[in-house]
Design a protein around this ligand. Sequence first.
Ligand SMILES: CCCCC[C@H](O)CC(=O)SCCNC(=O)CCNC(=O)[C@H](O)C(C)(C)COP(=O)(O)OP(=O)(O)OC[C@H]1O[C@@H](n2cnc3c(N)ncnc32)[C@H](O)[C@@H]1OP(=O)(O)O
Ligand SMILES: NC(=O)c1ccc[n+]([C@@H]2O[C@H](COP(=O)([O-])OP(=O)(O)OC[C@H]3O[C@@H](n4cnc5c(N)ncnc54)[C@H](O)[C@@H]3O)[C@@H](O)[C@H]2O)c1
Length: 721
Amino acid sequence: MAKKIGVTMEVGNDGVAVITITNPPVNSLASPIIAGLKEKFQDANQRNDVKAIVLTGNNGRFSGGFDINVFQQVHKTGDLSLMPEVSVELVCNLMEDSRKPVVAAVEGLALGGGLELAMACHARVAAPKAQLGLPELTLGVIPGFGGTQRLPRLVGLAKATDMILLSKSILSEEGHKLGLVDALVPPGDLLSASRKWALDIADGRKPFLRSLHRTDKIGSLSEARAILKNSRQLAKKIAPNMPQHHACIEVIEEGIVHGGYSGVLKEAEVFKQLVLSDTAKGLVHVFFAQRATSKVPNVTDVGLKPRPIKKVAIIGGGLMGSGIATALLLSNIRVLLKEINTEYLMKGIKSVEANIKGLVSRGKLTQDKAGKALSLLKGVLDYTEFKDVDMVIEAVIENIQLKQSIFKELEKVCSPHCILASNTSTIDLDVIGEKTNSKDRIVGAHFFSPAHLMTLLEIVRSKNTSAQVILDLMAVGKAIKKVPVVVGNCIGFAVNRTFFPYAQAAHMLTNLGVDLFRIDSVITSFGLPLGPFQLGDLAGHGIGLAVGPIYAKVYGDRMFNSPLTELLLKSGRNGKINGRGFYIYEKGSKPKPDPQVLSIVEESRKLTNIMPGGKPRSVSDKEIVEMILFPVVNEACRVLDEGVVIRAADLDIASVLGMSFPSYRGGIVFWADMVGPKYIYERLKRLSETYGGFFKPSRYLEERAMKGMLLSESQSSRSRM
Ligand SMILES: CCCCC[C@H](O)CC(=O)SCCNC(=O)CCNC(=O)[C@H](O)C(C)(C)COP(=O)(O)OP(=O)(O)OC[C@H]1O[C@@H](n2cnc3c(N)ncnc32)[C@H](O)[C@@H]1OP(=O)(O)O
Ligand SMILES: NC(=O)c1ccc[n+]([C@@H]2O[C@H](COP(=O)([O-])OP(=O)(O)OC[C@H]3O[C@@H](n4cnc5c(N)ncnc54)[C@H](O)[C@@H]3O)[C@@H](O)[C@H]2O)c1
């Protein structure tokens, strides 16, 4: 059934016209809604029987803002005329400058353009717990319906810049304290209280306030300039590679110096420039890509319902097991944590406690909730209590025989409906379940470290995993605030496999004579939070050495064998874990590059002997980015070719959430498509002629480069799903 969308107006006997937006699920301001709002406001302004107006949203939500699909259309076509004229025509002229008072009745959420409409009303009445904010910067644009001007005038400049630059929403309770919300009323009274407020304004019992004309919360010009100076520093820190933060501050300043209306005009002009930026394209892609991960063919579209998961057993209370336990406990799921002996069990429980304490000390969790979470944890040393758990997540060391024997045992001790998940990062799931008759309920639950903080959950399905089990794990993932991405079974799955050339390429460059600390700095300037060497330090070089042979067995034709990791470990450097790797780690200070590591690098260079003519290769920063990230793109192509992911956008989300690939570049495949498959192909081809198989372009990349197709364009039929 087609969903009913539109704007309605009902005029009551009291002379109040209630204008209602209906566009489920979030009442986004799509073109027909904007056209409807213009029509209804014109009508209400002209009708003699209308004394005052109330604007509201249907189904308990005011509005989630402008329709983001329109941005995507603009990105596809480059056609700016797809964006309606709203800021002056509707918001200033028909709403704020109307001679009849308009009151916003806000429930659920008013975000972006939704909040901007509400701010153009002459008062705002809200139900408790409504979410209010201007998150436009997360989409690479700025508020475009006057939000940059009205929010500072309603809540003060410091609070407004904080909310806009950090895309931080607030609840209506806080909005009430700040003056953004005029009255807080129970949901059942929202419409009647809003009608009354509108009539009170019409009859002069309450002030007729136009937000754009207010100056009482802005302060003096020098105070405003001091706040904006801080905002510029903040923008430099949080968004060094994005244009919208600085642009937004300029627009706010315009309004402070030359008045709100001037600010509105500048806002509209800057908005149009930003919406076409690569940053906006990347961020809008990520917005939709993240939501698309919830749609898994033959799983979410076949009428299945997720079963309740109330009790989970975790095997192994090490780094991952304790992190996963923390994530589950925080969402009120009971956890049994199993270890091999009391000492390791206590260690595991202490790690969970430390994770939770950390959240409390950073103000992210109340003491009460921390206590409740910990009360749901029980440590055990055997399987006696496993009979009534709904799911087991195995997180023991990466050892095939151990995992196989554990799964064999689980089959005996757990109920037949219990989901059997492994957090393995490399081992084939079919191999893990080889000795069981429960292959349909064996699934990969690949969390990323630290598991209670990282949002990606790779759900790995083998050929046998049932749709019900995948759906159940997706539901658990969402319940514990992760973004589940369903992927196929292969060594390294989607994320680790795509990124295994990342460290290898960095090692090759270093062996070619490029300074390793420069490589890290170039990659962080590109936008990844850690360069490959610092990332290696963080993961621990022991792990790198252990998984190397597993990758070599299957992807050996495209690996660069660097002796550097082994040499590093030989000299007692395991990375952050023991305070020394490529960097030195001291409590309370940032990692420092360790010059002493350069002698180890020299030793490695002697062994590999790949420097041209024995002299360090000179490379530009651009070449460093290409030599490190193009092999990653190349592997992403193989992942797409083999159908390891459902859609290219899933790999984008997985790279953003699992590897912290910059979201403003849209994820690894989206970025590669922006750079151009042909260019990447040609660069890799040239590099492979000089340096061999590591850079050899994949069949998929070559095909698309030759046909002039995007990498994201089509999927192979050789799906692993
Ligand atoms: C000339 C033009 C000027 C424009 C100026 C204006 O200032 C610009 C804007 O307003 S930009 C939009 C600002 N708003 C946002 O950024 C909010 C984005 N949405 C969300 O954060 C969330 O969706 C939510 C908090 C509103 C609801 O979250 P929830 O978890 O309940 O639901 P989902 O996120 O899964 O969303 C459900 C479906 O709704 C779609 N959707 C959400 N918001 C929008 C939107 N603003 N436009 C279009 N579509 C939206 C979302 O994609 C989901 O769709 P599915 O098909 O996946 O179900
Ligand atoms: N470390 C990471 O960044 C990371 C990320 C994703 C996935 N993984 C995967 O998660 C798993 C665990 O890794 P980790 O880093 O937490 O390892 P870890 O060494 O920190 O912890 C493993 C724990 O398992 C316990 N254990 C071993 N045998 C057991 C048994 N029979 N019963 C109960 N407990 C047992 C050990 O005592 C140890 O405490 C591995 O498969 C690894 O590949 C690790």
